[in-house]
Each structure stands twice: as C-alpha cells, then as structure tokens.
Ligand binder design. Structure first.
Ligand code: MG
Length: 387
C-alpha cells in the first residue's frame, strides 16, 4: 500500500513556553497546538493516516482531541530523546508498513497543505526530503562572547518539518543511529549519517516553530487581529531625463523623456512594490532589489512586481485591492491608465477590477509641477489566508 502517514511529535515538556502544560497542549486561539497542527497536517488528501506522540500521561487527552479527525491511527507515549519519541510512533505503524512517513513537530501548527504535499512528493521520489528556509540574517561564528568570523550563509539553510522519508530509508538510518549510540536533532541528520540523499524543498516562513513566549504571542496575533486585513502604502519619485523610454505602470508611454533609475525607473511599480512589501512587513524595494546589483540594470520593473507578488504569497497573504495615484504634469496619461491597470493586474494575478490608477497633476507647484519628474503613491490591502 502506497500510504503516506504523518507522525506528529508533541512529546516535549515545553518549559520555555512557561504555560504550565506540555507545549503541544498549550492553546492557540483556544485550540491546543497539537490539534491545530494535526488538522493542518492531515488536511491534504495525500496524507492517509496520523500517529501522535505525546507525554504518556497525555495519551487519553490526545486521543480525545484527535480522534474525530478520522485519520488517527494511534497515540504513542514519547521517550527521553526526540528519536525515541519518533521510534515509538513508527512502532505503531508495524513492521510491514512500506510507505512514506512525514515527521512533524506539533510546535509548527502553521504548516500548510502545499508544503506538506511538496515534502511528501519529494520523499516518494527520492527517499528523503525536508523543507529548508534560506537564512536572512548574517551568520557569525561565536565563542565565549567573541565573534570568530562570518559564515557564508548562501550555503546554509534552516531545517523545518515535516520531514518526509520512505520507511525503509528511515528504518536503516535509525538502526544505524541507535546502533552507534548517536543522538540526532532531526530525522534528516540520521539519514545524512548513512550517506543517503536528502532533498531540500523550499520551506515556508509562516511554518514557524513556537518555542518561546514571543512565538506564542506572534501565533496568537497571527490567528487573531493579525490574521485580518493588512494595509500597506508606498511612494516613489523619479527624475525625467532625455534619452530613455518612459515606463509607467508597466506600460510604455510615448514621450520625449523617460524616468531615470537603475532599473527602467517605473515609479508606479516601485510604489506598488513598496506598498505590498509594507503590508506584509517584508521590507522594502531597496532590500529586495539593491540598486548596486548589476542584475537589475535597466530591468523591467514588472520583474520586481512579479517577485514581490511571490514574496507576499509565500508569507500567506492574498491581494485584496491596490489603489495608485500618479502625479505627473506631463505627458498626459489619461489614454494609458486602462493599459496600466491591465498590465499591473496581470503581474498581480488579479483582475483589472482589483487595480485602480488615478491621475493627478501637481498644479504647477514645485519640481513635479515644473515637470522635472513623476511621482506615484500606492495603497494596498492584503488578506491573510487562514490556517
Ligand atoms: Mg524607484
């Protein structure tokens, strides 16, 4: 039987959360983390069964919490080390099981179906797969309070769960780890030890591990007030110079001058990108597309927008609507607003109805009024996709 079964590990005591209960049983928006993680993990039809591993005294409570979901195969009592807990869960599947197991931390209740399915598919294909997130912080080697050097983060990644394995691969890996008396901090480490390949699939920033009180506060916020609509605003202005095509809102506008800039200078798209990044609290244009990066020289700004749309989606948001104001004395833009809405809508993967483009003059005032440049303002609403 080609079955995929999830092993949900919630055997920790969770002292760091200081909530007076084992971590997996700490409520998030009123629902124990274990139950939320189980629901997220088994939402996919690609997951056929679930085994939970919890502290022994919590077994009955776990059965009551998870039994109604329909996919529960059993509840095992956790052991001293992570690998003991996982081993207890695997034992419930029996020696004949030859499918894929997805080992997942109950402390990651925000996992979503696309990630679960990506890991499962890769594990079926290659034998072992884990989600990995690139590091965004600069990484230092530190010893006794002293920085010993900077590590090249491009070759580093943060491992998440679920970690997926064909059963025969994990059995061999665990037999070796237990036989050698080695403690591993995740299942992939045991597989790496036996030299079997582990595929890295892109992890998800939202699949955050709830470890300390700050994470718990974030999770409550994300499920409550932070899960509602999110507003973002953006502004950009560029100088008009001779010898460049004028690009505005992804559309070429015939004019004797164009906007100066490292890229194509499309200030409408730049303002829109900043508004989207702002609503997602994901930084700004300068961070994502540094102007000293040769890749972006004369780049069409629609490329930036398409990437920003991906960033927003990766963070679990859908675009509600965007509203843009272009402030230009010359040229007259009214004949181009419709084409801008369509071009932007395509890049946003939204109908033109989700995009508004308004045109304003600066009434002859200041530099914009003198036609020295063009400015744009953007406002957007993002909707959180709920777990
Ligand atoms: Mg700009």
């Amino acid at each position: 039987m080609h079955e995929t079964v999830a092993i949900l590990v919630g055997a920790g005591r969770g002292e760091r959360l200081g909530a007076g209960a084992p971590k997996a049983f700490v409520p998030l928006a009123g629902e124990p983390m274990l139950a939320r993680a189980a629901r997220a993990l088994t939402a996919s039809s690609a997951v056929h069964g679930l085994v939970a591993v919890v502290p022994a005294e919590k077994s009955e409570e776990a059965r009551a919490l998870l039994g109604s979901a329909g996919k529960l195969r059993g509840v095992a009592a956790g052991g001293a080390r992570r690998q003991d807990s996982v081993q207890a869960g695997l034992a419930l599947l029996g020696g004949a099981f030859d499918g894929v197991v997805l080992v997942h931390d109950a402390a990651r209740p925000f996992v979503d179906t696309p990630l679960v399915e990506a890991v499962a598919a890769a594990a079926w294909r290659t034998g072992a797969a884990i989600p990995v997130l690139p590091l965004t912080d600069t990484v230092k080697r530190v010893s006794a309070g002293r920085v010993g050097g900077t590590v090249d983060r491009r070759e580093l990644g943060a491992a998440q769960t679920p970690q997926g394995f064909r059963m025969e691969v994990l059995r061999r890996a665990y037999a070796a780890a237990f036989g050698d008396g080695v403690e591993v901090t995740d299942e992939a480490a045991a597989v790496e030890r036996i030299g079997a390949p582990v595929e890295a699939v892109p992890g998800s920033p939202r699949n955050r591990k709830i470890t300390g009180p700050d994470d718990l506060a974030w999770a409550e916020w994300a499920l409550g007030a932070g899960g509602g609509d999110r507003v973002g605003t953006g502004f950009d202005v560029h100088r008009l110079v001779p010898g460049r095509p004028l690009m505005l809102g992804g559309v070429h506008v015939p004019h004797d001058r164009g906007l100066q800039g490292h890229s194509d200078g499309d200030c409408v798209i730049h303002a829109l990108c900043d508004a989207l990044l702002g609503a997602a609290a994901a930084g700004d244009m300068g961070q994502h597309f540094p102007s000293d990066d040769a890749r972006w020289r004369d780049a069409p700004s629609l490329v930036f927008l398409e990437r920003v749309v991906e960033v927003v989606a990766e963070r679990g948001f859908a675009i509600g609507n965007v509203d843009l104001t272009v402030i230009a004395e010359r040229p007259r833009l009214s004949a181009h607003a419709g084409a801008m809405r369509e071009a932007l809508g395509r890049a946003l993967r939204q109908p033109a109805e989700a995009v508004s483009v308004k045109l304003k003059s600066a009434d002859g005032l200041g530099a914009l009024g003198a036609g020295e440049g063009i400015a744009a303002q953007a406002a957007v609403i993002l909707k959180a996709r709920r777990a």
